[in-house]
Design a protein around this ligand. Structure first.
Ligand code: CA
Length: 419
């Protein structure tokens, strides 16, 4: 079955970064995001070079398998382009990029994925994450060593195990084929969206009937609302039936650094590779911060290291919680002691077993805690008092001090009704 797509791509530098190192592409049959990393300049060049090379695979294929093979080969060629660039321009060494994309053939979508950009699919009112992040933290989640909640706030959550770059000749790329159905909404994004905007907010826009272009812009807008600490790139692809009438005319659209030319700048005998983007200038003047994303080749030692860090974090959290409990308990105890000390200078006169009695402390209690003791019992029976004084004693009469309590007792004694 032939299907049609309506797609859109948008990218934003965000509110913190000095350059947009993301690239996005919404083409005819191919759609992807690439999130570059490394150095002052480098990440933007990496994602642009890969985007522009891989976009060349945007064609019509006989089968999803064939499309998958070609896509993977093209990604490896793009990886070679990066390696060559790093060899010729050593200042770029260490640059790399993620890649998460899909190519449509008939009613199939073949996914190619490396790194921590993501692909989601909304179908029948449900949003599903299709790709799995190639991060150490995700590995710890999958092996049950930390929880998904701990991963969300892990300080090393952006350290990648696998990326495209000058490190490996043929990096491992996840290739998978899925059915597509009319009504599906597929979405590709960099971690500037999924690492920043809560799932519930993303889901709402994924499941909405808002057109793909508006949904894309709203998703990017949400990342900006949430502070956009990183570049954010979103590509939305809506699958529509072959006979659906639309005004959408498919075209190839690059966004982010991939939308610019990568040029060689001859400067004082040095040939520097750079992105030709006049919009970058104000950001360089503003001197915003660089991307903290790291790439560390897959190793068990590193996995152990970040697991140790996780345990330390968890231990510190317990220590903090315990300290909070101790502090609150201490504050309550101090309060109780304070009330007790203050109450010990006070006296009142009240009934005790039918006799007028002087109490030391205050009548009020705090749960099971009492703040008064009997100070002096008397032989003065309550029954001997006039009715009104009987009533006052039954409610207790507060004295300012011991002398005052004795004065009240004297007054009461004088009022005894002679029988
Ligand atoms: Ca990023």
């Amino acid at each position: 079955m032939a299907i049609k797509t309506i797609s859109y791509a948008a990218s934003d530098i965000g509110r913190v970064r000095s350059s947009n190192q993301d690239s996005g592409y919404a083409g005819y049959n191919l759609f992807f995001v690439a999130d570059g990393m490394g150095g002052h300049a480098g990440g933007d060049i990496a994602s642009a070079l890969v985007a522009q090379r891989v976009a060349q695979a945007d064609a019509i294929y006989d089968s999803a398998e064939k499309a998958g093979e070609i896509l993977k080969d093209t990604i490896w060629q793009a990886n070679h382009v990066l390696r060559d660039a790093c060899q010729e321009h050593p200042e770029l060494s260490g640059m790399g990029t993620t890649f998460s994309g899909m190519i449509l053939v008939g009613d199939k979508a073949t996914i190619a994925h490396i790194g921590d950009s993501r692909i989601y699919r909304a179908r029948n009112g449900e949003v599903k994450q299709i790709t799995s992040d190639h991060t150490f933290v995700q590995r710890l989640v999958e092996t049950g060593r930390i929880t998904a909640e701990e991963a969300l706030v892990h300080p090393r959550r952006s350290v990648l195990m696998r990326v495209l770059g000058d490190m490996e000749e043929f990096p491992e790329i996840d290739i998978e084929t899925y059915d597509v159905l009319p009504g599906d909404r597929w979405m590709m994004c960099s971690d500037g969206l999924c690492g920043v905007v809560p799932d519930s907010v993303m889901d709402r826009l994924m499941l909405s009937k808002i057109d793909s272009d508006e949904a894309t812009e709203l998703l990017v807008g949400e990342a900006l609302e949430f502070g956009a600490p990183d570049n954010v790139t979103v590509v939305v692809v809506d699958i529509v039936g072959p006979r659906t009438q639309t005004e959408f005319i498919p075209s190839a659209r690059f966004v982010g650094s991939g939308a610019n030319d990568v040029v060689i700048d001859d400067r004082k005998g040095r040939r520097i590779l750079k992105i030709l983007n006049p919009l970058n200038l104000p950001d360089i003047i503003l001197r915003r911060t660089e991307d903290p994303t790291d790439y560390v080749p897959e190793s068990d030692e590193y996995l152990e290291k970040i697991l140790r860090e996780t345990r330390t974090t968890i231990r510190w959290r317990y220590v903090r919680q315990l300290a909070t409990v101790i502090l609150i308990t201490a504050a309550i105890a101090a309060g109780v002691i304070g009330i007790y000390n203050w109450s010990q200078d006070r006296y009142y006169v009240a009934d005790h077993g039918g006799y007028v009695t002087i109490y030391k402390g205050i009548k009020e209690s705090l749960g099971p805690l009492k703040f008064s003791v009997v100070y002096k019992t008397t032989g003065l029976s309550i029954a001997e008092l006039p009715e009104y004084q009987r009533y006052l004693v039954s409610r207790s009469i507060t004295a300012t001090d011991l002398k005052d309590a004795q004065r009240i007792l004297g007054e009461l004694t004088k009022m005894v009704v002679k029988k």
